[in-house]
Design a protein around this ligand. Structure first.
Ligand SMILES: N[C@@H](CCC(=O)N[C@@H](CS)C(=O)NCC(=O)O)C(=O)O
Length: 213
């Protein structure tokens, strides 16, 4: 499998899930600003909408999967013993899908226009308040002392929240959410996360060297 990633983006969620499962997809870096890739593929052929993550499967059709929640769920579903995602057809799975959609729409996509400084003052205030409310929901969930969002088991949802903690880049202050901040630090210490960051940093550095050569 080939996984297209970009620096400090939601693709870190998929890398983390892959690492938790002991998978080693070939990583390809896409420079979202310069549009080049480390393997010289034209990224618009991989995803015409020009965003990561994209997972290219090893099947005959070389299917190209997009959407962080879909790719993470697909990988975790191949390894039910990992506990990273509940089984299809269960209420637990419905709740997990609810959580993943919440993270995608109320957190990840809310950060992007803020980070890119694309908003009016009213837009910034509105979106910041939306993000504060969404993170408040997660903090309240963690207030009973659970290690992760659904209990003691790390799941695809935790990988996604961690990978999209763009609050500093968005100017959203979250220090008052003590349960959330402790949870983020706990996730950051996981070997799967550390490896994802290392692999990404090495690949980004290699891409910069390639471009400079
Ligand atoms: N709907 C996609 C959106 C992914 C997305 O927003 N990717 C960002 C990085 S987190 C990206 O590649 N942006 C580059 C661009 O849109 O130019 C998903 O949920 O995975």
């Amino acid at each position: 499998m080939k996984l297209y990633i970009a620096e400090a983006t939601c693709s870190l969620a998929v890398q983390t899930v892959a690492n938790e499962l002991g998978l080693s997809p070939e990583l390809v870096h896409f420079d979202v600003f310069g549009k080049s890739t480390t393997d010289d593929t034209r990224f618009s052929d991989v995803n015409s909408l020009l965003y990561v993550p994209v997972l290219v499967l090893d099947n005959e059709q070389r299917d190209q999967l997009t959407e962080t929640t879909v790719i993470s769920s697909y990988l975790a579903d191949q390894h039910p013993e990992s506990g990273l995602i509940p089984a299809h057809g269960t209420l637990e799975r419905v709740k997990m899908d609810q959580l993943l959609t919440f993270i995608a729409t109320e957190i990840a996509q809310k950060h992007i226009p803020l980070m890119r400084k694309l908003m009016t003052a009213e837009g910034i205030e509105f979106t910041t308040n939306k993000l504060l409310a969404a993170y408040g929901v997660l903090d309240a969930r963690l207030a009973d002392g659970r290690a992760y969002l659904t209990g003691e088991q790390f799941t695809v949802a935790d990988a996604y929240v961690w990978a999209t903690m763009w609050n500093e880049r968005s100017g959203v202050k979250l220090d008052h959410l003590k349960h959330l901040m402790a949870y983020i630090a706990r996730i950051g210490a996981r070997p799967s996360v550390q490896k994802a960051m290392r692999d990404e940093a090495e690949l980004v550095a290699r891409h910069k060297e390639q471009l400079a050569a």
